[in-house]
Design a binder for this molecule. Structure first.
Ligand SMILES: [Zn+2]
Length: 186
């Protein structure tokens, strides 16, 4: 099975995701996550590093019961949803204005390995908050205002969340270059 087969089988157009699945067969079990997923250009290295760390951590028997259920951006940062031995952390978003605090509630009796995976995932998700989603350079969270003139066709094509009431835009992590209206789609 090559990368294009995986992309076609999973009905996903994202070659970066297909590459990830092919690179880490023990984590993805040669199929795309259950929920629609993609790998942003700027976070490709970050997600690859996270998968490398998890892959090194888990012996074969444990990798067999590890599942990635979704990879996406939400409220401007990376979300990497996973489960281990059928257990998962519950994620709760607390929204205050344009600031979002994310709480991860672990299962009642997490194993040591569960906790180790969780530490790796949380660290990667936190790092995405200072990594430009477009290019991977250092960035910061910004409100990306929706503006027909400022948003070249195709900019708002990702699986983004609805805008909070009263805010006409999206929160996203961008470097100075990609926060500029003319460079958003690069
Ligand atoms: Zn950038």
């Amino acid at each position: 099975m090559d990368e294009s087969d995986i992309a076609n089988d999973c009905d996903t157009p994202d070659p970066k995701l297909a590459k990830l699945i092919a690179t880490f067969p023990r984590l993805f079990h040669e199929k795309a996550p259950e929920c629609y997923s993609y790998v942003s250009d700027g976070w490709e290295k970050l997600i690859h590093a996270l998968c490398t760390d998890i892959d090194r951590l888990l012996p074969d028997a444990d990798a067999a019961v590890f599942t990635v259920s979704q990879i996406k951006e939400k409220w401007g940062s990376l979300r990497f949803y996973w489960s281990f031995e059928g257990q998962e952390a519950t994620v709760i978003d607390l929204i205050v204005g344009i600031n979002v605090a994310k709480l991860q509630v672990p299962p009642k009796h997490p194993t040591d390995l569960f906790n180790k995976i969780r530490v790796l995932v949380v660290a990667a998700e936190n790092k995405s908050k200072t990594t430009c989603e477009t290019c991977g350079e250092p960035g910061e969270m910004r409100l990306l205002v929706q503006d027909e003139e400022a948003a070249p066709k195709g900019f708002f094509t990702f699986d983004r969340e609805p805008i909070p009431k009263g805010i006409h835009g999206w929160v996203g992590c961008r470097c100075d270059l990609h926060a500029h209206r003319d460079n958003r789609s690069n």
